[in-house]
Design a protein around this ligand. Structure first.
Ligand code: C2O
Ligand code: CU
Length: 457
């Protein structure tokens, strides 16, 4: 067979575009957790000393196609042990990145190879899952985008990372991680909230169509977000497509929650499309896209649903086992006692251990799982919030659906906000073997007690 120059060039180019991953001789790509400097606050402020993946914040945008396998070798150049959790990706248990449950924390100078088969398309993110109240607050997170075989046609595909920084007057990270007042209340609230656009398009035209992938990467802050000069539909929640694109006005994101929006630019030339944070005292601009001209003369056609991901259907709920989860503790919660590391302690003694919150009377990771499930079993978990704070409950390894009061099922989610005095019930098919964390994604609450786990065999 003759290989002519043109074929050879095409082959070489293809090789350059699609580096071999996971092959025996291809070295895995490295992602290094290390300190760095980043421009967090614009203007005259100094750069901020952060911890970030590859030294930046957010970390590198990881992007691949559904069905591929992403490999990253985490190299730890931090002064603390660390690990990466791939939030929302339904990965094999050993790749889930939870020290103490699925792997040993990676020591300073150490490394760990993550291999992530991408079952689902959608918007996901990755973050440290060790000392995360500190490590995520210092910047150890990034977005991971998994493309559909045929992504919907848009002019710009933009990841929008909603972040909340607690900074000093010199724009440096305030190092009061684990402040007791934060842990007993709503968590570590920052004083600089913004949205980072990846990428930030240089030109946006009226009637262009955007896909916005919003991710709340804040350690503890719930964000209510609305848009201005942009109109469209919500097409996915927590990475998973909704059956029918939904109109929306304001969207509420607990920590770790995501939404994919497909929106058309309705603002005119000279105006700006905006992403707004809705606060009690008014709206703040989180990000702004100046509209530089007129695109098409008419808006595009209807927004179509994204193709569903291969998540097993829940089926008949009436036969399913139910295991209740009761949340207690926190300021004004009236917690009297709780079990911690196998010992029953008074509320006072719990606080001395840095434990403020309990699930079913236990603070911190219990020795026994909340439930042991056999592969394929369906579990329902009614989660009752008996505290005076909202909690963003996140299950690893499997998406769930909310069991609605009328018995119907809500969209697939991996994180759900449970408000005080509410009971929200979730249900899922245990199709991913391993030990999976279930915790509050207010990272301060998690550190101060709110975590349990589920075993699937
Ligand atoms: Cu975003 Cu336990 O994870
Ligand atoms: Cu919480």
């Amino acid at each position: 067979m003759r290989l002519d120059r043109r074929q050879f060039m095409a082959g070489a180019a293809a090789l350059a575009v699609w580096p071999k991953t996971g092959g025996a001789e291809a070295a895995p790509r490295i992602i290094e957790a290390r300190a760095g400097m980043a421009r967090v606050v614009p203007g005259d402020y100094p750069e901020t000393e952060i911890w970030g993946y590859d030294g930046g914040v957010p970390g590198p945008l990881i992007r691949a196609r559904q069905g591929e396998t992403v490999s990253r070798k985490l190299v730890n150049a931090l002064p603390q042990p660390t690990a990466i959790h791939w939030h929302g990706l339904r990965v094999p248990n050993g790749m889930d990145g939870v020290p103490g449950l699925t792997q040993e924390a990676v020591q300073p100078g150490g490394a760990f190879l993550y291999e992530l088969p991408l079952k689902d398309a959608g918007t996901y993110w990755y973050h440290s899952h060790n000392q995360s109240t500190e490590q995520v607050a210092r910047g150890l997170y990034g977005a991971i985008i998994v493309d559909e075989a045929e992504p919907p046609e848009v002019d710009h595909d933009i990841s929008v990372l909603l972040d909340d920084w607690r900074l000093t007057g010199q724009a440096q990270i305030s190092e009061d991680f684990g402040a007791m007042h934060d842990w007993t209340h709503a968590g570590r609230m920052g004083n600089f909230v913004h949205a980072r656009l990846l990428p930030s398009p240089s030109e946006v035209l009226r009637n262009q169509r955007l896909r916005l992938r919003l991710v709340n990467v804040a350690t503890d802050r719930i964000m209510a977000v609305s848009l201005n000069g942009l109109e469209g539909r919500l097409v996915a929640r927590d990475g998973m497509p909704v059956e029918q694109p939904q109109p929306f006005d304001m969207l509420v994101f607990g920590p770790a929650e995501r939404a994919d929006l497909i929106v058309d630019v309705t603002a005119g030339p000279g105006e700006a499309a905006q992403i707004l944070l809705q606060q009690r005292d008014g709206a703040y601009v989180l990000a702004e896209l100046p509209v530089t001209g007129q695109g098409a003369s008419v808006p595009r056609g209807a927004i179509q649903a994204l193709p569903p991901n291969p998540v097993p259907a829940i089926g008949d709920l009436s036969q399913a086992r139910a295991v209740a989860l009761r949340m207690e503790g926190g300021a004004m919660g009236g917690l009297r006692q709780g079990t911690y590391m196998g010992r029953l302690l008074s509320a006072r003694e719990l606080v001395d251990e840095g434990q403020i919150w309990t699930f079913n009377g236990v603070a911190g990771l219990p020795e026994e799982p909340l439930a042991s499930l056999s592969h394929g079993e369906v579990l329902r978990i009614p989660m009752r919030n008996e505290t005076v704070f909202p909690h963003a409950m996140h299950l690893h390894g499997t998406h769930f659906r909310e069991v609605l009061p009328d018995g119907g099922l809500g969209p697939l989610r991996d994180t759900i906000l449970v408000n005080p005095d509410e009971t929200r019930e979730i249900a899922f098919v245990a199709d991913n073997p391993g030990d999976w964390l279930l915790h509050c994604h207010m990272l301060s609450h998690q550190a101060a007690g709110m975590k349990t786990w589920i075993r699937v065999t």
